[in-house]
Design a protein around this ligand. Structure first.
Ligand SMILES: [Zn+2]
Length: 283
């Protein structure tokens, strides 16, 4: 790689880090500029989602039929994913970090971070899309309203660890990182049931200490990403403008949640891939 290509790549990395930046409660509330390919979001239903875990989720067809008509046609239908082949995890005192899952199968992974913005259509969209989705939740973003996320678990959503308060991990000591990772896993377990075993470092910033702390806290692996999504647009990190097998796509619970989720689904569909469950690939 030439110096100029390298600096472009570095600059792109910086830009993507900014685009990917997970923020606090106010970070996602600015009104995004109108984005080219996306369409306006239908106003959210006035009725809050009040379904409890004891209510059986609607079938995929019923959930799709219940969506506003202008959204219904934007939800692609996917073939089921192939039988998963688990990766091999290295031995040692560090959890590995994956940017993508090494595979040639026609699959990609949907991950959604933080949890600040609680769009009332999210559950319905998950039910209608009926695809595996992994949430990396920040305790501080979800603790006031865990009931928003609980019914999602019956709709194919799994909940994993994104720390308690979203610090930049590389600025913390080993003990400080452990408090965030172990504490995040313990508190998410209290809120949602199974204790997380997968970890996403806030902002994608990690070092060897992070991976040791993650392993010590029972995390099998850490995950960064290959694409980010915001304002209804999927941003590609590499030169290929198509989702590749094994790619891990990042989005957030942000004001344009509906457009972002539909953009992710359609990018996967356009690539001829199908969403698979990240947990199924980790032994
Ligand atoms: Zn985040």
């Amino acid at each position: 790689m030439t110096t100029s290509r390298l600096s472009r790549a570095v600059a792109t990395g910086v830009l993507l880090t900014i685009l990917a930046g997970c923020g606090g409660p106010t970070a996602g509330t600015t009104s995004p500029p109108s984005a080219g390919a996306s369409q306006p979001v239908a106003p959210p239903s006035t009725a809050p989602i009040t379904e409890s875990v004891t209510t059986p989720p609607p079938t995929e067809a019923a959930a799709l039929a219940a969506l506003p008509a202008k959204l219904r046609s934007r939800v692609p239908r996917f073939a089921p994913p192939p039988a998963p082949a688990k990766v091999t995890l290295p031995k040692g005192d560090k959890a590995p970090n994956f940017t993508r899952i090494p595979t040639t199968e026609k699959i990609a992974f949907i991950t959604i971070d933080d949890g600040w913005e609680k769009n009332p259509l999210a559950l319905q969209l998950f039910q209608a899309a009926n695809v595996p989705v992994t949430l990396f939740l920040e305790v501080d973003a979800v603790k006031s309203d865990p009931g928003y996320f609980i019914p999602m678990q019956a709709a194919g959503v799994t909940i994993q660890n994104h720390t308690i308060s979203h610090p930049t991990m590389t600025r913390l000591s080993y003990e400080g990182q452990k408090r965030q990772i172990c504490g995040g896993a313990d508190r998410l377990a209290k809120l949602f049931g199974p204790r997380p075993t997968l970890f996403r470092p806030p902002g994608g910033a990690f070092n060897g200490t992070t991976l040791r702390a993650a392993k010590a806290c029972g995390m099998k692996a850490s995950f960064t990403w290959t694409q980010t999504t915001d304002h209804g647009i999927v941003f590609f990190q590499g030169p290929t403008r198509v989702v590749q097998p094994g790619d891990i796509i990042l989005m957030h619970f942000r004001p344009r949640f509906v457009d972002d989720f539909l953009a992710v689904l359609n990018a996967i569909d356009k690539a001829g891939l199908t969403p698979a469950r990240l947990e199924d690939y980790i032994p």
